[in-house]
Design a binder for this molecule. Structure first.
Ligand SMILES: [Zn+2]
Length: 330
């Protein structure tokens, strides 16, 4: 068991046929693992959200929108909010960035309830999940090189779609380089709290995706799913750039018999060229002196109603206004 803080401190296991009327009134998660239709695992503690930035650089106006949205949604719904530094991609992590992100969040008034362990110390949990998937024949070794996949069409995230070359096993004497998830064909649909129903066929989009990379690091998709589930996250609120990751993560959650959380994908901030703000597009880092201006801009992106002079209000008052006017009920 993990020793990190959890939102779901206890779980009630119920057979649906034996539920009492009172318990039936507790809303069920919208999506249940496909193999658990006779068992309902219901969180008895309410909303738990998180912000999970990668420490690849400081926060900018774009990442602030995702942070503010997930914080607001948690606070407006009486929930808890975790900070998790997603440093599973160790080679891309920048020394000092995690501390800078914490300082930037605090300058913007976004205080977290608990900080959960960095991903780099949680590899045994990802390894255990990987072994479960191998045991359940939902993962397999792949020997393909990047060069061999060069001619394949691009998936929604810009990576090459995997054609399933190694799905049925490797020839004798060939060593696997990576481990891939065996995705199921057919559309995965979920009810996005901002965008409405979203559907994507993962097998058509990216195909069997990587869980353990050829360089030995666990892939983002596996780490994020294991962390969200083990930390009891009930509501994922994040930027729309991750929208096409969600159907992949739902398939992974189901294959691991985890509860699927509820999702909301909020608008992205674009630069003058129409590109998503990011370190790659030279987005400037947030500075504490500008916190009110930055929160104001993020509130506009999140389509919150504006008050007179809101841009000049102290951060705490801006946040109070935003909680009061956040229209999304969990
Ligand atoms: Zn392969």
């Amino acid at each position: 068991m993990i020793k990190s803080p959890r939102c779901q401190l206890s779980l009630v296991y119920l057979n649906r046929a034996e539920t009492t009327p009172e318990l039936n009134e507790i809303p069920l998660p919208k999506t249940l693992p496909h193999n658990m239709d006779h068992i309902t695992e219901m969180p008895v503690t309410p909303y738990c959200g998180r912000f999970a930035p990668s420490p690849t650089g400081p926060l900018h106006a774009g990442s602030l929108v995702a942070a503010l949205a997930s914080w607001l949604d948690a606070r407006a719904n009486g929930g808890r909010w975790f900070l998790r530094i997603e440093d599973v991609d160790v080679p891309r992590s920048v020394p000092g960035a995690a501390d800078q992100i914490r300082r930037q969040l605090l300058a913007c008034g976004l205080e977290w309830d608990d900080e959960v362990p960095a991903q780099r110390v949680r590899t045994q949990h990802y390894q255990a999940a990987l072994e479960t998937l191998l045991d359940r024949q939902r993962a397999y070794a792949c020997a393909c090189t990047r060069k061999q996949l060069e001619g394949q069409p691009l998936a929604s995230d810009g990576a090459r779609r995997y054609p399933g070359t190694c799905r049925e096993g490797l020839p004798a004497g060939i060593e696997g380089r990576a481990i891939r998830f065996k995705v199921q064909a057919g559309e995965v649909c979920f009810d996005d709290r901002w965008l409405g129903t979203q559907c994507l066929d993962v097998s058509q989009d990216c195909g069997d995706f990587v869980l353990l990379r050829a360089d030995g690091w666990f892939a983002y998709q596996l780490a994020v799913v294991v962390d969200d589930a083990e930390q009891g996250v009930t509501h994922v609120v994040r930027g729309r750039d991750l929208l096409t990751s969600t159907p992949r993560q739902i398939q992974l959650l189901q294959a691991l018999s985890y509860i699927v959380p509820s999702y909301m994908h909020v608008p992205l901030v674009l630069n003058a060229a129409g590109e998503k703000l990011s370190k790659q597009t030279q987005a400037p880092a947030l500075v504490p002196e500008q916190a009110s201006k930055d929160i104001y801009a993020a509130m506009k992106t999140l389509q919150l109603p504006m008050a007179d002079d809101l841009e000049r209000w102290p951060v705490a008052e801006q946040l109070g206004w935003a909680i009061q006017h956040w229209p999304h009920r969990a």
